[in-house]
Ligand binder design. Structure first.
Ligand SMILES: Nc1ncnc2c1ncn2[C@@H]1O[C@H](COP(=O)(O)OP(=O)(O)OP(=O)(O)O)[C@@H](O)[C@H]1O
Ligand SMILES: [Mg+2]
Length: 417
């Protein structure tokens, strides 16, 4: 706050202008703000109609995860739900202070089971429990697939719940890449992460879904996703390539390459609604696991009885899903083996039939050289024809059984609804 924001009445009393009034209001207890830095906070009422979509862009080690942690703490302090996509497994520490589901990873209080994603998402929205999805144990393409399932399920569930939630995506270049590796058709079984991200960033507002995208590779994140953001946090950027990739955004905020290059870890330019401000991010309430790998060792989650209850119910439901899945998989294996046996039998019969037909042809030819009438009267040809017809019928029956077995296989495809 600046002295120019104050004016003095002729009676000597200080008059507060609207900027001053806003600042004082934001410091009062219960104010709906994100307290990101000493003497700097983002008033949430300013984004009531537009929704909140943050982009955090900085080179490695410049404080993105730290700032993401601060913004997540502030979101939770404002009683808004979080759905965190955590590829590095460093955000479990939020559970030190806030009741959270930590799904997957070494510190998880729930296992991450693909077939139970709908259960996790429903619990988040129904019971009002925030969740961190720790994807650190998966390869990039598996992370993308799991993320797309989570984001897609959340997007559709919000059609029903409309409960305010913020999706936080760290290392966003993995989930919202500028270039896709061959597109969704590459592997039909895998979900497309970019499509899921577009849904969240473009159409999330109407479904009460806010988002936050953090990346150390601004050149590699989808510019379509960035252009949806209405709050930017620019941290230290060291490479010219990354600077060039986001130059239009930096130009709009009036930030030069020299300025962005000179930032220290924890320093950011905040740009929103046409205004730019340089800030030094406040200290975190929870440990920053990104800085101290041993943070997990001293970590202990806060206790909360209603969360414990929800967790034990969910653990049971997830376990029974896993059992169902196992039973389904063993049925599929059995059916596949059955089909394989039937196919072998079918092949054998086909070969027998071919030999039989060949033999019949030879006999017919021999007989045609002699008296056809005698062959017909002896009944050899008709007996062979009868035998072939019987083999045909047997093969048709086997083909039918294969079709039936295939038919049984198809309905067992796992569906998540
Ligand atoms: N506001 C801050 N106050 C104190 N320390 C900070 C702050 N911001 C960052 N740091 C320190 O800087 C280091 C790097 O921060 P952080 O882990 O957030 O980097 P990053 O940008 O996420 O890096 P990477 O891209 O490699 O994940 C950490 O050791 C962290 O403790
Ligand atoms: Mg990080």
């Amino acid at each position: 706050m600046n002295i120019r924001d104050l004016s003095v009445h002729e009676t000597g009393k200080i008059l507060y202008n609207s900027k001053m009034f806003k600042f004082i209001k934001s410091t009062l207890p219960g104010a709906r703000v994100l307290k990101v830095a000493p003497l700097f906070s983002v008033p949430l009422d300013d984004y009531k109609t537009t929704g909140e979509r943050d982009a955090i862009l900085a080179s490695s080690g410049m404080g993105k995860s730290y700032l993401t942690g601060v913004l997540m703490e502030e979101t939770l302090e404002n009683n808004t739900l979080l759905c965190v996509i955590d590829p590095e497994g460093e955000h479990f520490t939020l559970a030190e202070r806030y009741p959270m589901m930590i799904i997957g990873g070494e510190q998880g209080n729930l296992p991450l089971e693909e077939e139970a994603i709908d259960l996790y998402v429903d619990t988040m929205l129904k019971a009002g429990l925030s969740a961190v999805f720790d994807l650190s144990e998966y390869l990039d393409d598996e992370q993308q697939h799991l993320y797309a399932l989570i984001a897609d399920k959340l997007f559709h569930a919000e059609q029903k719940y409309r409960r305010k939630i913020r999706v936080v995506v760290e290392e966003a270049q993995i989930y919202a890449p500028q270039k896709t590796m061959g597109g969704p058709g590459r592997n039909k079984k895998k979900m497309d992460p970019l499509q899921a991200s577009q849904k969240i960033a473009k159409r999330g507002r109407k479904r009460a879904v806010d988002s936050l995208w953090a990346t150390q590779r601004p050149a590699s994140i989808s510019k379509e996703i960035l252009s949806q953001c209405n709050r930017f946090w620019f941290g230290g950027i060291s490479t010219e390539q990354d600077y060039k990739a986001i130059r239009p955004f930096l130009n709009e905020a009036g930030i030069s390459f020299a300025e962005i290059k000179s930032l220290n870890p924890g320093e950011f330019f905040f740009y929103s609604k046409g205004k730019t401000k340089k800030i030094k991010v406040r200290k975190r309430h929870c440990k920053h696991a990104g800085a101290t790998p041993e943070a997990g060792m001293n970590f202990s989650a806060t206790k909360n009885s209603s969360m414990e209850k929800a967790l034990s119910m969910l653990t049971e439901a997830v376990a029974s899903r896993a059992t169902e899945k196992q039973a389904e998989e063993s049925q599929i294996t059995q059916l596949k083996m059955h089909i394989r046996d039937l196919k072998r039998e079918n092949e054998k019969l086909r070969k027998d039939l071919e030999q039989e037909q060949l033999a019949t042809k030879v006999i017919d030819r021999l007989n045609n050289g002699g008296s056809t009438a005698s062959l017909n009267s002896s009944g050899v040809g008709s007996r062979r024809r009868k035998k072939s017809a019987a083999e045909d019928a047997k093969m048709a029956a086997i083909a039918e059984r294969i079709a039936e077995a295939n038919e049984q296989l198809h309905p067992t495809k796992i569906t998540l609804d």
